[in-house]
Design a binder for this molecule. Sequence first.
Ligand code: SAM
Length: 261
Amino acid sequence: MFYSDEAKNEFIYYLKESLGFNYNDIYLNSERFLTEQEENLIKDFKKKKEEGMPLDYILNSSKFYENDFYIDDRVLIPRPETEILVEYVNNHFSSTLKLLDVGTGSGCIGISIALKNLSATVYGSDNSIGALEVASINKRNLNADNFLLIHANWLSCFGNKSFDLIVSNPPYIDENDEHLNDLKHEPYSALVSKDHGLGDIKKIVSQSTSILREGGVLMIEHGHDQESEVKNIFSTSNFSNILCLKDLSSIPRITIGTLKI
Ligand SMILES: C[S@@+](CC[C@H](N)C(=O)[O-])C[C@H]1O[C@@H](n2cnc3c(N)ncnc32)[C@H](O)[C@@H]1O
């Protein structure tokens, strides 16, 4: 009946999470009567999986760092590699920071930092109203009172020397990248950037030089093959102490730089 173990596990997870089935319902009680509503939900699940929809969109929920985030097709599904950025901020910066998560999407980065640093003021900005609505649901669900949302095209609306730290997971996929075929349920504007995927990174780095305080820090997530280009963008834009964080498989994920004084 299932074409893979993964498909079977996802179906079992769906039965538990969305229909409230328990162990007996799933494994022991083969005669269990399905209500009309349960039957419809199962048909709906099957249809969405046949269309290739990721489980997190079907469940409207995604686990990230220490919390469950509401998500829908207006935002990117939070990725595990982005947790490296959150962990680094939580371990290396003072908890009284003024920080901006630019391109916040579901708010997963900004909210995860805000909840661990209750004295920090964390702003989350996005140019997508839909994304800001999703982030606002997560702010409310997770009681992130020190996380504030702003509608903005990258850093255009912020004053000079406003932040100690700017973090971002911007769109960085090249418009001709074949992996986009596997990501057709996620918002195109959250994934793709011009200039071989580097267009938005260049804008954020350049605009950060005036929005960061002197000695402030910029952290940007990027593609595994963009490390040297991103390093070059940082170093030609007045950043020093540039380093790249790698994941457990030694894949380069996040570049960090300090604005020269
Ligand atoms: C890769 S997603 C990251 C979302 C979230 N921070 C995460 O890590 O899951 C990039 C985000 O940047 C936003 N974005 C794209 N262009 C933008 C722009 N010009 N100004 C502000 N945000 C933008 C998208 O709407 C999207 O939410």
